[in-house]
Write a protein that binds this ligand. Structure first.
Ligand SMILES: [Zn+2]
Length: 351
């Protein structure tokens, strides 16, 4: 069981928020209680691995829909840097860090597991990537992100020689990656309900992970992943939209609504291709929408959750007539087209 992350967020001093410099994301609240509880380390590990596993399933099953691929390994990494001074020694001992970047977990059935890599193996070298040479500094995830990007940039299907330290002893394996859609997936420990995509990364708040089943996490993550696959960030920038306080005003509204609806529509196909029950997206909205849509969704810039449900209903009815996988849906052709702000043609209103 994942322990209460709402409480955890207050207790976690060691967990530096990902992309903390970005105004898009709230900072993790810091409290006075040292994070030295092994059960808490394990609950974070378990939650991170759930997110990694769902991300892996979406990224590996939708290769036909992605034009940017990476070497998929199924490695879930963490770095000693991200723990603060008060808990770094506890983390080093608990996770047996022998190098700055270690395996937090491996996705079941992934190339990493098949290669025999294990949680708490400390990375020495991954292909041409010398882990000790990666730049990093305390209280940041710089080295983690550098490791992820360097590994992802290896050839998508060439065998990778991996050297780790396990219990202090060197272990060398060969990992055969598979091509997957290029994306990172991260859990952000926080008390708010937030999920986001920045073009290269999908981030989901820990409350989703704590309170919702995998299929619902998949629905949220597939929506965010769709923003990246459809290049929404760069297309919105091309339209000069305001991502901040003004996102719900003026011309910004039509462009945000168009991207939201496109992401909803593509998201259910990503779910279908990854063999998730597509109706979980509707179940999610019916629970999440009435009480929380104001938080995750800026009410002016986003369509109402009820209209999103009816739009999803109509699309899912189409998906349910198709048995072949993967489905490459028509909405994917929008990737090559600049936003025109015509969101009305996408929406199916609640009757
Ligand atoms: Zn969205």
């Amino acid at each position: 069981m994942v322990s209460s992350f709402a409480k955890l967020a207050l207790r976690l001093r060691h967990f530096v928020p990902f992309l903390g410099a970005s105004a898009m994301f709230a900072l993790v609240p810091t409290g006075a209680v040292a994070a030295d509880d092994p059960a808490m380390f394990e609950s974070v590990r378990q939650a991170d691995l759930r997110v990694a596993t769902i991300g892996w399933r979406l990224a590996s099953a939708n290769v036909a829909l992605c034009d940017r691929l990476e070497a998929g390994t199924g490695l879930q990494l963490h770095t000693l840097d991200q723990f603060d001074g008060g808990s770094r020694e506890d983390a080093r001992v608990h996770f047996t860090f022998a190098t700055p970047v270690a395996i937090e977990g491996v996705v079941a059935g992934s190339p990493a597991e098949i290669a025999g890599l294990k949680a708490d193996d400390s990375l020495v070298r991954v292909g041409s990537v010398d882990i000790a040479a990666l730049p990093g500094k305390p209280m940041t995830t710089d080295r983690l992100v550098a490791a992820q990007l360097a590994i992802a940039a290896l050839p998508v299907d060439a065998p990778i020689a991996v050297e780790v330290l396990r219990g202090g002893a060197p272990v060398r394996v060969t990992l055969q990656p598979i091509p997957v859609c290029k994306s990172r997936f991260e859990m952000r420990i926080a008390r708010d309900w937030g999920a986001s995509a920045d073009g290269t990364m999908v981030q989901i708040g820990s409350r989703f992970v704590e309170e919702y089943r995998d299929e619902w996490l998949a629905a949220v993550m597939a929506h965010e992943f769709s923003h990246n696959i459809l290049r929404h960030r760069e297309k919105l920038e091309a339209r000069g939209v305001n991502f901040g306080m003004l996102s719900g005003f003026g011309k910004n509204v039509k462009y945000f609504r168009q991207t939201e609806l496109q992401a909803d529509l593509l998201g259910v196909y990503l779910m279908a291709n990854a063999n998730y029950p597509v109706r979980a997206a509707i179940d999610f909205w019916k629970v999440f929408g009435p009480s929380k849509a104001g938080g995750i969704l800026r009410s002016r810039s986003h369509p109402s959750w009820r209209d999103r449900v009816s739009t999803l209903e109509a699309e899912i009815a189409k998906i349910e007539t198709i048995s072949a996988r993967p489905i490459v849906p028509a909405v994917l052709t929008d990737r090559a087209v600049p936003l025109d702000g015509n969101w009305e043609r996408l929406i199916v209103r609640q009757r």
